[in-house]
Design a protein around this ligand. Structure first.
Ligand code: F6P
Length: 500
């Protein structure tokens, strides 16, 4: 519901938005012939926020990581996107190789990422990474300051890369309205204590007006850490810290459900499925899929162990089932990522050799590249089951995308109890990725499931996914931001001058 605007002007939920994230929604790169091409970023979070920005307009500030990104922007480093149907501005921030190395790979992904995921990879915190993480966060805050159309524009910061942006921004624009969404699990205070810079990070987050998490568990962990480390007070949705009041809530993210329905209803959709079948050389009656970023938190080796157990238990299944694993390379310069990639390569080769059919073809098709939405949706629709086997995951949008793609009510979702999505998607076949035999039982259950039961479960799952789509997620967060208790606001600022 659109709220009347307390400060006058446009209604709160139609006002242009300022989104801030590390990853950009569109990337420009050079083709082999030297021409510049563009493509959307494929991760679930980018796709979800892009849907929101296309609807609302505004500016999205992000790291320009494409090798032709500089060629596409104007003198102010902005480009209108989506390039084929412009709806909002993408403002790119340039990072040097060293900055990317220390801020993104180092502090964010060798420090905070393993700190927040219980996946038994030791977090690494280096002074130099922290120093550059701080300076890059400061740059993001200055760019928001420069790009803010007026102080009433809500600023929506994304994730663990940018924990210090709210604090820096508060100093530059005390009256700015800032929300941050934490997409990944938030660690328990005992785990957070590993991080030497936890206090600064908590202080940065406490400078938000609204801090939102995927799950109640994450919200509770943050509250406990803020109380222990910053002496914050309050237990409900309000927290008093450093003389300010902030709101802390849990709002699970969703997918662009209607867009996925539209893709599945497009005339070329069936042809796309047939094309995929040919390309992936699928000639079996049964198909399973897994779609993940190539990340050690996704439980891909565990999934392969369970599939190995299943093929071992069920002789002849290799003639009936093809499993398609799509893994999108990510953060591959880091040892922990290179190690899981090598492990998966080995396991796929071993399973394909061990369970090869008489014609020498093994049951796993492994592709290390991203699929665009239309192809991805077609792949979901081909599948009799989809595996999401995260060892720990904030939400996991693949689980929700798979359900959104199944208007035909076919397909079974096999879902790790350690993914945030398991809290809502209770009609999935729930597995524990650490329990190989139990996992294989879950796969067997999915394959044996009666038609009626499959439909009943998928119908229930679709109700959940449709009822909590990405627009509802954003609306809930931005409405809460707009409706905060005026006592938590700084004195009436009036409108400040716009862009530089
Ligand atoms: O969902 C968590 C997240 O880290 C997002 O912040 C990010 O956009 C996505 O995963 C992909 O990760 P990366 O941008 O490092 O490839």
């Amino acid at each position: 519901m659109v709220q009347p605007d307390r400060r006058g002007g446009e209604p709160a939920l139609t006002r242009p938005l300022v989104v801030v994230s590390n990853r950009e929604p569109y990337i420009h790169s050079r083709s082999a012939d030297g021409s510049v091409k563009w493509s959307p970023t494929t991760g679930g979070v980018s796709v979800a926020l892009d849907a929101l920005m296309r609807e609302r307009g505004g500016v999205w500030i992000a790291h320009g990581a494409g090798d032709a990104d500089r060629l596409a922007v104007d003198d102010d480093d902005r480009v209108r996107v989506p390039p084929d149907a412009p709806a909002y501005d993408l403002r790119r921030i340039w990072l040097t190789e060293a900055e990317e190395h220390h801020y993104y790979e180092g502090f964010a992904n060798e420090g905070l990422w393993p700190l927040c995921h219980v996946a038994h990879v030791k977090p690494v915190f280096r002074t130099e990474d922290w120093r550059i993480y701080q300076s890059v966060n400061r740059r993001f805050a200055h760019t928001v300051h420069a790009e803010l159309p007026d102080v009433s524009a809500p600023i929506f910061v994304q994730d663990y890369h940018l924990t210090l942006v709210p604090g820096f921004l508060r100093r530059l624009r005390p009256e700015a309205r800032v929300a941050l969404f934490w997409h990944i699990p938030f660690p328990h205070p005992d785990q957070l204590r590993i991080c030497p810079y936890r206090r600064e990070i908590l202080e940065g987050l406490a400078d938000c007006d609204l801090l939102a998490f995927q799950l109640e568990r994450d919200r509770r962990n943050f509250l406990a850490a803020a109380r222990a480390e910053l002496g914050a007070r309050g237990s409900g949705s309000r927290l008093e810290v450093g003389g300010r009041t902030m709101a802390v809530c849990a709002v699970p993210i969703g997918v662009d459900y209607d867009r996925i329905q539209a893709v599945t209803r497009a005339p070329a959709f069936e042809a796309e499925q047939n094309r995929l079948r040919r390309e992936l050389r699928i000639d079996t009656a049964l198909v399973g899929v897994g779609v993940d970023r190539l990340d050690y938190t996704k439980g891909i080796p565990e999934r392969l162990s369970a599939l190995d157990a299943l093929f071992t238990r069920w002789p002849g299944l290799n003639r009936q089932l093809t499993f398609v694993q799509i893994a999108v390379p990510s953060r591959s310069t880091l040892d922990s990522y290179a190690a899981v990639e090598a492990d998966i390569d080995e396991r796929v080769a071993a399973i394909n050799a061990k369970h090869a059919r008489a014609d020498g073809v093994g049951p796993i098709r492994y592709r290390k590249s991203a699929l665009r939405m239309r192809r991805l949706t077609a792949l979901y629709r081909l599948a009799d089951f989809c595996i999401v086997s995260s060892l720990h995951d904030g939400m996991n949008l693949v689980a929700k995308e798979f359900v959104a793609a199944r208007e035909d009510l076919g397909g079974v979702l096999v879902l790790s109890e350690l993914a945030g999505a398991a809290q809502e998607l209770t009609e999935a076949v729930i597995i524990n990725p650490y329990d190989v035999e139990g996992f294989a039982d879950g796969l067997q259950l999915a394959l044996d499931m009666q038609h009626d039961e499959r439909e009943r479960r998928m119908r229930a799952l679709r109700r959940v996914v449709a009822g909590r789509d990405v627009f509802r997620w954003a609306t809930e967060i931005l409405e809460q931001l707009e409706n905060l208790d005026p006592r938590s606001l700084p004195p009436a600022p009036g409108r400040l001058p716009g862009r530089r």
